[in-house]
Design a protein around this ligand. Structure first.
Ligand code: FES
Length: 98
């Protein structure tokens, strides 16, 4: 379990560690998403950043990543962050790690 579903409110991000993998969990308009939590540019946690529409803005140099796809949308980041499938069972958020 990554977190309880009620721990992630709409428009919020939380950072969690599952099996040693740092993840950011998001809820956008009711839908949960998971990405890697470490920015692809340098070392910053996206869970310390801000949601802007369907993107997360890195707190360090303000690169934006598209939350559903992980795609880097604005510089200085050029590389996507990984995304992970998410499901909820019995109120628990389960993330499909590789
Ligand atoms: S560390 Fe995220 S944009 Fe630089």
């Amino acid at each position: 379990m990554a977190a309880r579903a009620d721990e992630v409110s709409d428009g919020e991000i939380i950072g969690v560690v599952v099996e040693g993998v740092e993840l950011a969990l998001y809820r956008l308009q009711g839908t949960l998403y998971a990405t890697g939590n470490i920015c692809s540019h340098q070392f910053a946690r996206l869970s310390d950043g801000f949601i802007d529409g369907d993107c997360v803005e890195c707190p360090l140099h303000q690169a934006k990543f598209h939350i559903p796809t992980g795609e880097a949308r604005t510089p200085p980041a050029e590389t996507a962050v990984p995304i992970f499938a998410v499901k909820v069972e019995d109120g628990a958020i389960l993330v499909d790690l590789p």
